[in-house]
Design a protein around this ligand. Structure first.
Ligand code: HEM
Length: 464
Protein backbone atom coordinates (compact mmCIF):
# COMPACT_ATOMS: atom_id res chain seq x y z
CA UNK A 1 0.00 0.00 0.00
CA UNK A 2 2.81 2.33 -0.78
CA UNK A 3 1.72 5.53 -2.53
CA UNK A 4 2.92 5.20 -6.09
CA UNK A 5 3.31 8.03 -8.52
CA UNK A 6 1.13 7.24 -11.50
CA UNK A 7 2.37 8.04 -14.98
CA UNK A 8 -0.63 8.59 -17.19
CA UNK A 9 -0.26 7.67 -20.84
CA UNK A 10 -0.40 10.79 -23.00
CA UNK A 11 -3.17 11.49 -25.49
CA UNK A 12 -2.74 8.99 -28.32
CA UNK A 13 -2.34 10.14 -31.91
CA UNK A 14 -5.21 8.54 -33.80
CA UNK A 15 -6.52 8.43 -37.29
CA UNK A 16 -9.89 10.26 -37.07
CA UNK A 17 -11.42 7.96 -39.69
CA UNK A 18 -10.77 4.91 -37.46
CA UNK A 19 -12.69 6.39 -34.52
CA UNK A 20 -16.34 5.70 -33.68
CA UNK A 21 -18.81 8.33 -34.91
CA UNK A 22 -19.55 11.44 -32.86
CA UNK A 23 -21.19 14.87 -33.00
CA UNK A 24 -19.65 17.48 -35.32
CA UNK A 25 -16.74 19.39 -33.83
CA UNK A 26 -15.24 22.85 -34.18
CA UNK A 27 -11.62 23.27 -35.32
CA UNK A 28 -9.06 23.33 -32.46
CA UNK A 29 -11.51 23.37 -29.52
CA UNK A 30 -13.55 20.38 -30.73
CA UNK A 31 -16.63 20.04 -28.51
CA UNK A 32 -14.93 21.24 -25.33
CA UNK A 33 -17.03 24.37 -24.72
CA UNK A 34 -20.29 22.58 -25.39
CA UNK A 35 -19.28 19.83 -22.96
CA UNK A 36 -18.22 22.24 -20.22
CA UNK A 37 -21.35 24.35 -20.60
CA UNK A 38 -23.87 21.49 -20.43
CA UNK A 39 -22.30 18.05 -19.89
CA UNK A 40 -25.62 16.22 -19.57
CA UNK A 41 -27.22 17.80 -22.66
CA UNK A 42 -24.04 17.20 -24.63
CA UNK A 43 -23.80 13.53 -23.61
CA UNK A 44 -27.50 13.01 -24.36
CA UNK A 45 -26.92 14.36 -27.85
CA UNK A 46 -23.70 12.35 -28.30
CA UNK A 47 -25.51 9.15 -27.28
CA UNK A 48 -27.72 9.47 -30.38
CA UNK A 49 -24.62 8.68 -32.49
CA UNK A 50 -24.34 5.08 -31.28
CA UNK A 51 -23.23 2.75 -28.50
CA UNK A 52 -19.63 3.91 -28.63
CA UNK A 53 -19.18 7.57 -29.50
CA UNK A 54 -16.14 9.82 -29.91
CA UNK A 55 -16.31 13.08 -27.97
CA UNK A 56 -13.69 15.64 -28.79
CA UNK A 57 -13.21 17.21 -25.37
CA UNK A 58 -9.69 18.67 -25.32
CA UNK A 59 -7.10 17.72 -24.34
CA UNK A 60 -8.46 14.15 -23.98
CA UNK A 61 -9.56 11.56 -26.46
CA UNK A 62 -12.86 10.71 -24.80
CA UNK A 63 -15.29 7.94 -25.69
CA UNK A 64 -18.88 7.84 -24.53
CA UNK A 65 -19.97 4.30 -23.71
CA UNK A 66 -23.66 3.85 -24.18
CA UNK A 67 -24.44 0.13 -24.10
CA UNK A 68 -24.67 -2.26 -21.09
CA UNK A 69 -22.39 -4.86 -22.76
CA UNK A 70 -19.69 -2.25 -23.31
CA UNK A 71 -20.04 -0.98 -19.74
CA UNK A 72 -19.51 -4.56 -18.55
CA UNK A 73 -16.49 -4.96 -20.87
CA UNK A 74 -14.82 -1.98 -19.20
CA UNK A 75 -15.55 -2.67 -15.54
CA UNK A 76 -15.26 -6.47 -15.68
CA UNK A 77 -13.58 -7.87 -18.80
CA UNK A 78 -10.89 -5.22 -19.22
CA UNK A 79 -10.65 -4.00 -15.64
CA UNK A 80 -6.91 -4.75 -15.53
CA UNK A 81 -6.30 -2.62 -18.63
CA UNK A 82 -8.05 0.47 -17.26
CA UNK A 83 -7.55 2.67 -14.21
CA UNK A 84 -8.37 6.04 -12.76
CA UNK A 85 -7.59 8.98 -15.07
CA UNK A 86 -5.57 12.16 -14.38
CA UNK A 87 -8.51 13.93 -12.69
CA UNK A 88 -7.92 11.57 -9.77
CA UNK A 89 -4.85 13.68 -8.94
CA UNK A 90 -7.30 16.35 -7.76
CA UNK A 91 -9.12 13.92 -5.46
CA UNK A 92 -5.74 12.94 -4.00
CA UNK A 93 -5.38 16.49 -2.64
CA UNK A 94 -7.94 15.45 -0.03
CA UNK A 95 -8.14 11.65 -0.13
CA UNK A 96 -4.43 10.88 -0.49
CA UNK A 97 -3.73 7.29 -1.51
CA UNK A 98 -6.95 5.43 -0.77
CA UNK A 99 -9.52 3.00 -2.08
CA UNK A 100 -11.04 5.59 -4.41
CA UNK A 101 -7.79 7.01 -5.80
CA UNK A 102 -5.60 3.88 -6.09
CA UNK A 103 -5.34 1.76 -9.24
CA UNK A 104 -4.17 -1.77 -10.09
CA UNK A 105 -2.51 -3.99 -7.45
CA UNK A 106 -2.48 -1.17 -4.91
CA UNK A 107 -6.25 -0.85 -5.22
CA UNK A 108 -6.80 -4.60 -4.83
CA UNK A 109 -4.69 -4.68 -1.68
CA UNK A 110 -6.68 -1.81 -0.17
CA UNK A 111 -9.96 -3.38 -1.21
CA UNK A 112 -9.06 -6.60 0.61
CA UNK A 113 -8.36 -4.59 3.72
CA UNK A 114 -11.52 -2.45 3.73
CA UNK A 115 -14.07 -4.98 2.38
CA UNK A 116 -14.50 -6.91 5.68
CA UNK A 117 -15.42 -3.67 7.49
CA UNK A 118 -18.49 -3.45 5.23
CA UNK A 119 -19.62 -7.01 5.78
CA UNK A 120 -23.33 -7.25 6.57
CA UNK A 121 -22.63 -8.49 10.11
CA UNK A 122 -20.66 -5.31 10.81
CA UNK A 123 -22.85 -2.69 9.18
CA UNK A 124 -26.05 -4.06 10.71
CA UNK A 125 -24.69 -2.75 14.00
CA UNK A 126 -25.21 0.84 12.74
CA UNK A 127 -28.94 0.36 11.98
CA UNK A 128 -30.33 1.36 15.39
CA UNK A 129 -28.24 4.54 15.44
CA UNK A 130 -29.35 5.51 11.92
CA UNK A 131 -33.00 5.06 12.86
CA UNK A 132 -32.57 6.98 16.10
CA UNK A 133 -30.93 9.95 14.36
CA UNK A 134 -33.64 9.94 11.68
CA UNK A 135 -36.32 9.97 14.40
CA UNK A 136 -34.67 12.94 16.13
CA UNK A 137 -34.60 14.75 12.80
CA UNK A 138 -38.25 13.91 12.17
CA UNK A 139 -39.27 15.19 15.61
CA UNK A 140 -37.57 18.53 15.07
CA UNK A 141 -39.74 19.43 12.05
CA UNK A 142 -42.97 21.45 12.30
CA UNK A 143 -46.22 21.11 10.38
CA UNK A 144 -46.36 23.43 7.33
CA UNK A 145 -42.62 24.19 7.57
CA UNK A 146 -40.74 24.91 4.34
CA UNK A 147 -37.37 23.17 4.32
CA UNK A 148 -34.54 22.72 1.86
CA UNK A 149 -34.65 18.93 1.69
CA UNK A 150 -31.15 18.80 0.19
CA UNK A 151 -29.78 20.52 3.30
CA UNK A 152 -31.89 18.42 5.63
CA UNK A 153 -30.72 15.15 4.12
CA UNK A 154 -27.13 16.45 4.04
CA UNK A 155 -27.27 17.27 7.77
CA UNK A 156 -28.77 13.90 8.67
CA UNK A 157 -26.36 11.75 6.64
CA UNK A 158 -23.45 13.90 7.87
CA UNK A 159 -24.39 13.12 11.46
CA UNK A 160 -24.64 9.42 10.62
CA UNK A 161 -21.31 9.24 8.81
CA UNK A 162 -19.44 11.16 11.53
CA UNK A 163 -20.81 8.77 14.15
CA UNK A 164 -20.09 5.67 12.03
CA UNK A 165 -16.54 6.66 11.20
CA UNK A 166 -15.35 8.49 14.26
CA UNK A 167 -17.87 7.70 17.00
CA UNK A 168 -18.58 11.44 17.47
CA UNK A 169 -22.05 12.88 17.90
CA UNK A 170 -21.70 16.25 19.59
CA UNK A 171 -23.23 18.93 17.31
CA UNK A 172 -20.06 21.01 17.58
CA UNK A 173 -17.85 18.13 16.31
CA UNK A 174 -20.25 17.27 13.52
CA UNK A 175 -20.45 20.93 12.43
CA UNK A 176 -16.72 21.56 12.33
CA UNK A 177 -15.97 18.35 10.41
CA UNK A 178 -18.86 19.06 8.02
CA UNK A 179 -17.80 22.68 7.41
CA UNK A 180 -14.12 21.84 6.74
CA UNK A 181 -15.12 19.02 4.46
CA UNK A 182 -17.67 21.08 2.52
CA UNK A 183 -15.08 23.74 1.77
CA UNK A 184 -12.56 21.12 0.60
CA UNK A 185 -15.17 19.37 -1.50
CA UNK A 186 -16.32 22.58 -3.22
CA UNK A 187 -12.72 23.35 -4.04
CA UNK A 188 -12.20 19.94 -5.67
CA UNK A 189 -15.42 20.30 -7.64
CA UNK A 190 -14.23 23.68 -8.93
CA UNK A 191 -10.80 22.33 -9.92
CA UNK A 192 -11.57 18.86 -11.25
CA UNK A 193 -12.64 19.91 -14.75
CA UNK A 194 -9.95 22.52 -15.25
CA UNK A 195 -7.09 21.69 -17.63
CA UNK A 196 -4.34 20.01 -15.52
CA UNK A 197 -1.71 22.73 -16.03
CA UNK A 198 -4.06 25.53 -15.10
CA UNK A 199 -5.41 23.79 -12.01
CA UNK A 200 -1.93 22.80 -10.78
CA UNK A 201 -0.82 26.40 -11.13
CA UNK A 202 -3.90 27.70 -9.28
CA UNK A 203 -3.47 25.06 -6.61
CA UNK A 204 0.25 25.58 -5.95
CA UNK A 205 0.27 29.35 -5.71
CA UNK A 206 -1.11 31.12 -2.63
CA UNK A 207 -4.30 32.43 -4.18
CA UNK A 208 -7.03 33.11 -1.58
CA UNK A 209 -9.17 30.14 -2.63
CA UNK A 210 -6.33 27.62 -2.59
CA UNK A 211 -5.20 28.99 0.79
CA UNK A 212 -8.72 28.61 2.20
CA UNK A 213 -8.77 25.04 0.91
CA UNK A 214 -5.40 24.21 2.46
CA UNK A 215 -6.48 25.65 5.80
CA UNK A 216 -9.71 23.59 5.73
CA UNK A 217 -7.75 20.45 4.84
CA UNK A 218 -5.30 21.15 7.69
CA UNK A 219 -8.28 21.47 10.09
CA UNK A 220 -9.62 18.10 8.93
CA UNK A 221 -6.17 16.55 9.32
CA UNK A 222 -5.80 17.91 12.84
CA UNK A 223 -9.18 16.51 13.88
CA UNK A 224 -8.47 13.07 12.42
CA UNK A 225 -4.88 12.77 13.62
CA UNK A 226 -5.98 13.78 17.13
CA UNK A 227 -8.69 11.14 17.09
CA UNK A 228 -6.18 8.53 15.87
CA UNK A 229 -3.72 9.46 18.64
CA UNK A 230 -6.46 9.25 21.30
CA UNK A 231 -7.58 5.86 20.05
CA UNK A 232 -4.07 4.47 19.90
CA UNK A 233 -3.54 5.46 23.52
CA UNK A 234 -6.90 4.36 24.87
CA UNK A 235 -7.62 0.81 26.01
CA UNK A 236 -11.29 1.27 25.07
CA UNK A 237 -12.23 -0.30 21.75
CA UNK A 238 -15.03 1.67 20.12
CA UNK A 239 -16.96 -0.03 17.33
CA UNK A 240 -16.62 2.77 14.78
CA UNK A 241 -14.76 2.37 11.49
CA UNK A 242 -11.78 4.30 12.78
CA UNK A 243 -11.16 1.66 15.46
CA UNK A 244 -11.65 -1.15 12.96
CA UNK A 245 -9.09 0.39 10.62
CA UNK A 246 -6.63 0.83 13.48
CA UNK A 247 -7.02 -2.85 14.37
CA UNK A 248 -6.82 -4.09 10.75
CA UNK A 249 -3.70 -5.72 9.32
CA UNK A 250 -2.70 -5.82 5.68
CA UNK A 251 -0.29 -8.07 3.91
CA UNK A 252 2.82 -6.18 3.00
CA UNK A 253 4.73 -6.56 -0.29
CA UNK A 254 7.22 -8.89 1.46
CA UNK A 255 4.45 -11.12 2.84
CA UNK A 256 4.47 -9.78 6.45
CA UNK A 257 1.38 -8.43 8.25
CA UNK A 258 1.36 -4.79 9.24
CA UNK A 259 -1.04 -2.29 10.79
CA UNK A 260 -1.87 0.88 8.85
CA UNK A 261 0.17 4.00 9.45
CA UNK A 262 -1.61 7.11 10.75
CA UNK A 263 -1.46 8.59 7.26
CA UNK A 264 -3.08 5.49 5.73
CA UNK A 265 -5.87 5.51 8.32
CA UNK A 266 -6.42 9.22 7.68
CA UNK A 267 -6.63 8.70 3.90
CA UNK A 268 -9.11 5.84 4.16
CA UNK A 269 -11.41 7.50 6.69
CA UNK A 270 -11.55 10.77 4.78
CA UNK A 271 -12.28 8.82 1.62
CA UNK A 272 -15.13 6.87 3.18
CA UNK A 273 -16.46 10.13 4.55
CA UNK A 274 -16.32 11.77 1.12
CA UNK A 275 -17.73 8.80 -0.80
CA UNK A 276 -20.46 7.91 1.64
CA UNK A 277 -22.03 11.11 2.80
CA UNK A 278 -23.18 13.26 -0.08
CA UNK A 279 -24.09 10.31 -2.33
CA UNK A 280 -26.70 9.07 0.11
CA UNK A 281 -28.00 12.57 0.90
CA UNK A 282 -28.46 13.36 -2.79
CA UNK A 283 -30.24 10.05 -3.46
CA UNK A 284 -32.65 10.68 -0.60
CA UNK A 285 -33.30 14.23 -1.80
CA UNK A 286 -34.27 13.05 -5.28
CA UNK A 287 -36.41 10.29 -3.80
CA UNK A 288 -38.42 12.76 -1.70
CA UNK A 289 -38.80 14.96 -4.74
CA UNK A 290 -40.11 12.09 -6.88
CA UNK A 291 -42.53 11.02 -4.15
CA UNK A 292 -43.76 14.56 -3.67
CA UNK A 293 -44.63 15.01 -7.34
CA UNK A 294 -46.29 11.57 -7.50
CA UNK A 295 -48.80 11.91 -4.65
CA UNK A 296 -50.51 8.60 -5.44
CA UNK A 297 -47.21 6.74 -5.04
CA UNK A 298 -46.45 8.68 -1.87
CA UNK A 299 -49.84 7.56 -0.48
CA UNK A 300 -49.04 3.91 -1.28
CA UNK A 301 -45.63 4.34 0.34
CA UNK A 302 -47.31 5.61 3.52
CA UNK A 303 -49.76 2.74 3.39
CA UNK A 304 -46.89 0.26 3.25
CA UNK A 305 -45.23 1.88 6.25
CA UNK A 306 -48.51 1.76 8.21
CA UNK A 307 -49.12 -1.89 7.29
CA UNK A 308 -45.60 -3.16 7.99
CA UNK A 309 -44.41 -0.94 10.83
CA UNK A 310 -47.38 0.99 12.22
CA UNK A 311 -46.31 3.58 14.78
CA UNK A 312 -43.29 1.80 16.28
CA UNK A 313 -39.70 2.60 15.24
CA UNK A 314 -38.61 0.73 12.09
CA UNK A 315 -35.92 -1.90 12.58
CA UNK A 316 -33.62 -3.86 10.28
CA UNK A 317 -36.05 -6.77 10.44
CA UNK A 318 -38.69 -4.58 8.72
CA UNK A 319 -36.55 -3.68 5.73
CA UNK A 320 -37.11 -6.85 3.65
CA UNK A 321 -40.87 -6.36 4.08
CA UNK A 322 -40.82 -2.83 2.64
CA UNK A 323 -41.05 -4.02 -0.95
CA UNK A 324 -42.55 -0.83 -2.42
CA UNK A 325 -40.00 1.35 -0.59
CA UNK A 326 -37.33 -0.81 -2.17
CA UNK A 327 -38.77 -0.32 -5.66
CA UNK A 328 -39.12 3.43 -5.06
CA UNK A 329 -35.44 3.71 -4.14
CA UNK A 330 -34.39 1.52 -7.05
CA UNK A 331 -36.34 3.64 -9.52
CA UNK A 332 -35.13 6.89 -7.98
CA UNK A 333 -31.49 5.75 -8.37
CA UNK A 334 -32.26 4.88 -11.98
CA UNK A 335 -33.62 8.32 -12.86
CA UNK A 336 -31.27 10.33 -10.65
CA UNK A 337 -28.13 8.27 -9.96
CA UNK A 338 -26.17 10.31 -7.42
CA UNK A 339 -22.91 9.22 -9.08
CA UNK A 340 -24.20 10.08 -12.52
CA UNK A 341 -21.08 9.27 -14.46
CA UNK A 342 -17.71 7.57 -14.06
CA UNK A 343 -14.71 7.37 -16.29
CA UNK A 344 -11.62 5.23 -16.77
CA UNK A 345 -8.35 5.71 -18.58
CA UNK A 346 -7.02 2.93 -20.84
CA UNK A 347 -3.54 2.01 -19.55
CA UNK A 348 -3.20 -0.70 -22.18
CA UNK A 349 -4.87 -0.90 -25.60
CA UNK A 350 -7.87 -3.19 -26.02
CA UNK A 351 -10.80 -3.73 -28.31
CA UNK A 352 -14.28 -2.44 -27.44
CA UNK A 353 -17.42 -2.74 -29.55
CA UNK A 354 -15.33 -3.46 -32.68
CA UNK A 355 -13.00 -0.45 -32.22
CA UNK A 356 -9.39 -0.33 -31.04
CA UNK A 357 -9.12 1.69 -27.84
CA UNK A 358 -5.58 3.09 -27.63
CA UNK A 359 -3.69 3.46 -24.39
CA UNK A 360 -4.25 7.00 -23.03
CA UNK A 361 -7.89 7.24 -24.15
CA UNK A 362 -10.59 8.12 -21.61
CA UNK A 363 -13.86 6.20 -21.43
CA UNK A 364 -16.98 7.67 -19.83
CA UNK A 365 -19.95 5.47 -18.97
CA UNK A 366 -22.68 7.76 -17.62
CA UNK A 367 -25.35 5.94 -15.61
CA UNK A 368 -27.61 8.92 -16.24
CA UNK A 369 -27.64 8.16 -19.99
CA UNK A 370 -27.65 4.33 -20.00
CA UNK A 371 -30.30 4.08 -17.26
CA UNK A 372 -32.65 6.33 -19.23
CA UNK A 373 -32.33 4.40 -22.49
CA UNK A 374 -35.72 3.41 -24.01
CA UNK A 375 -34.18 0.16 -25.27
CA UNK A 376 -34.10 -1.12 -21.68
CA UNK A 377 -36.69 1.03 -19.91
CA UNK A 378 -40.15 1.61 -21.29
CA UNK A 379 -41.13 5.31 -20.94
CA UNK A 380 -37.68 5.92 -19.41
CA UNK A 381 -38.34 9.43 -18.12
CA UNK A 382 -41.36 8.35 -16.07
CA UNK A 383 -41.04 7.50 -12.39
CA UNK A 384 -42.51 4.01 -12.29
CA UNK A 385 -41.41 2.01 -9.24
CA UNK A 386 -43.76 -0.79 -10.27
CA UNK A 387 -41.67 -1.59 -13.33
CA UNK A 388 -39.24 -3.38 -10.98
CA UNK A 389 -41.00 -6.75 -10.94
CA UNK A 390 -38.81 -9.88 -10.49
CA UNK A 391 -39.42 -10.73 -14.17
CA UNK A 392 -38.32 -7.28 -15.31
CA UNK A 393 -35.15 -7.48 -13.21
CA UNK A 394 -34.42 -10.88 -14.77
CA UNK A 395 -34.94 -9.60 -18.29
CA UNK A 396 -32.75 -6.52 -17.89
CA UNK A 397 -29.26 -6.86 -19.41
CA UNK A 398 -26.54 -6.67 -16.74
CA UNK A 399 -25.21 -3.11 -16.57
CA UNK A 400 -28.33 -1.48 -17.97
CA UNK A 401 -28.75 -0.40 -14.33
CA UNK A 402 -25.58 0.23 -12.30
CA UNK A 403 -26.00 3.09 -9.80
CA UNK A 404 -23.32 1.47 -7.63
CA UNK A 405 -20.92 0.74 -10.51
CA UNK A 406 -19.59 -2.79 -10.95
CA UNK A 407 -16.66 -5.20 -11.14
CA UNK A 408 -13.81 -4.97 -8.63
CA UNK A 409 -14.52 -1.25 -8.11
CA UNK A 410 -18.19 -1.63 -7.30
CA UNK A 411 -19.28 0.67 -4.48
CA UNK A 412 -18.06 -0.80 -1.21
CA UNK A 413 -20.78 1.04 0.73
CA UNK A 414 -23.81 -0.12 -1.29
CA UNK A 415 -25.26 -2.26 1.53
CA UNK A 416 -24.62 0.51 4.04
CA UNK A 417 -26.25 3.13 1.80
CA UNK A 418 -29.28 0.96 1.06
CA UNK A 419 -29.90 0.23 4.74
CA UNK A 420 -29.43 3.88 5.68
CA UNK A 421 -31.69 5.19 2.92
CA UNK A 422 -34.50 2.75 3.68
CA UNK A 423 -34.39 3.40 7.42
CA UNK A 424 -34.47 7.16 6.82
CA UNK A 425 -37.29 6.96 4.28
CA UNK A 426 -39.34 4.76 6.61
CA UNK A 427 -38.74 6.84 9.74
CA UNK A 428 -39.47 10.21 8.14
CA UNK A 429 -42.33 8.87 6.01
CA UNK A 430 -44.12 7.58 9.11
CA UNK A 431 -44.83 11.14 10.13
CA UNK A 432 -44.45 13.44 7.12
CA UNK A 433 -45.89 13.94 3.65
CA UNK A 434 -43.62 16.00 1.40
CA UNK A 435 -44.81 18.60 -1.09
CA UNK A 436 -42.34 20.13 -3.54
CA UNK A 437 -42.52 23.92 -3.75
CA UNK A 438 -43.85 24.36 -7.32
CA UNK A 439 -42.07 27.72 -7.72
CA UNK A 440 -38.76 25.89 -7.70
CA UNK A 441 -37.62 24.75 -11.13
CA UNK A 442 -35.96 21.35 -11.19
CA UNK A 443 -32.56 21.31 -12.83
CA UNK A 444 -29.80 18.76 -12.39
CA UNK A 445 -26.41 20.09 -11.37
CA UNK A 446 -23.90 17.52 -12.62
CA UNK A 447 -20.93 17.97 -10.32
CA UNK A 448 -19.11 14.95 -8.89
CA UNK A 449 -22.55 13.97 -7.62
CA UNK A 450 -25.85 14.86 -9.26
CA UNK A 451 -27.24 17.62 -7.06
CA UNK A 452 -30.49 19.50 -7.64
CA UNK A 453 -29.71 23.09 -8.57
CA UNK A 454 -30.89 25.58 -5.95
CA UNK A 455 -31.49 22.86 -3.35
CA UNK A 456 -34.89 21.19 -2.97
CA UNK A 457 -37.49 23.41 -1.26
CA UNK A 458 -40.37 21.41 0.17
CA UNK A 459 -43.33 21.86 2.46
CA UNK A 460 -43.87 19.38 5.24
CA UNK A 461 -47.39 18.17 6.04
CA UNK A 462 -47.90 16.19 9.18
CA UNK A 463 -49.73 12.93 8.45
CA UNK A 464 -52.93 12.43 10.40
C1 HEM B 1 -26.66 6.03 -2.67
C2 HEM B 1 -25.43 6.05 -2.24
C3 HEM B 1 -24.22 5.69 -3.05
C4 HEM B 1 -24.05 5.63 -4.41
C5 HEM B 1 -25.08 5.90 -5.50
C6 HEM B 1 -22.68 5.22 -4.64
C7 HEM B 1 -22.15 5.01 -5.91
C8 HEM B 1 -20.85 4.57 -6.14
C9 HEM B 1 -20.31 4.25 -7.45
C10 HEM B 1 -21.07 4.36 -8.76
C11 HEM B 1 -19.05 3.82 -7.26
C12 HEM B 1 -18.08 3.34 -8.35
C13 HEM B 1 -17.35 4.48 -8.98
C14 HEM B 1 -16.42 4.01 -10.07
O1 HEM B 1 -16.56 2.91 -10.57
O2 HEM B 1 -15.55 4.80 -10.44
C15 HEM B 1 -18.75 3.91 -5.85
C16 HEM B 1 -17.54 3.60 -5.29
C17 HEM B 1 -17.27 3.72 -3.95
N1 HEM B 1 -18.18 4.02 -2.95
FE1 HEM B 1 -20.12 4.43 -3.18
N2 HEM B 1 -22.04 5.09 -3.45
C18 HEM B 1 -22.95 5.34 -2.44
C19 HEM B 1 -22.72 5.27 -1.09
C20 HEM B 1 -21.52 4.94 -0.50
C21 HEM B 1 -21.28 4.81 0.92
C22 HEM B 1 -22.36 4.98 1.98
C23 HEM B 1 -19.96 4.55 1.08
C24 HEM B 1 -19.14 4.33 2.35
C25 HEM B 1 -19.56 4.55 3.56
C26 HEM B 1 -19.35 4.49 -0.24
C27 HEM B 1 -18.02 4.25 -0.50
C28 HEM B 1 -17.49 4.03 -1.76
C29 HEM B 1 -16.09 3.74 -2.00
C30 HEM B 1 -14.98 3.68 -0.95
C31 HEM B 1 -15.95 3.54 -3.38
C32 HEM B 1 -14.67 3.19 -4.14
C33 HEM B 1 -14.62 1.68 -4.30
C34 HEM B 1 -13.42 1.19 -5.09
O3 HEM B 1 -12.95 1.90 -5.98
O4 HEM B 1 -12.99 0.07 -4.81
N3 HEM B 1 -20.34 4.72 -1.18
N4 HEM B 1 -19.87 4.35 -5.18
Amino acid sequence: MTARTVTYPSRPAVDRSALPPGPPELPIIGQTLRYLRDPIGFMQEAATYGDLVTMSVKPALLYLVNHPDLVRDIVVTHHRRVGRGPNTEVLKWVMGNSLVTASGADHLQQRRLIQPQFHRSRIDGYGAMMQQYAAQHRNAWADGQRVDMAREMGALTLRIVVKTLFGLDLPHDVRRIGAAFELSNNYLVARVNQPPRLRNFLHRFPFPYSLRFKRARARLDRIIYNLIAERRQSANRADDLLSLLLAARFEDDDGGERPLTDRQVRDQTITLFAAGHETTAVSLTWTWYLLSVHPEIQTRFHQELDDVIGGRPPTLADLPNLALTDRILTESLRLYPSIWFWSRMAFQPFSLGGYDIPSGALLAAPQLIVQRDPRWFDQPLEFRPDRWTPEFRQSLPPYAYYPFGGGPRRCIGDGFAWMEAKLILATLGQRWRMRHDPRHQIKMLPLISLRPQGGMPMYLERRR
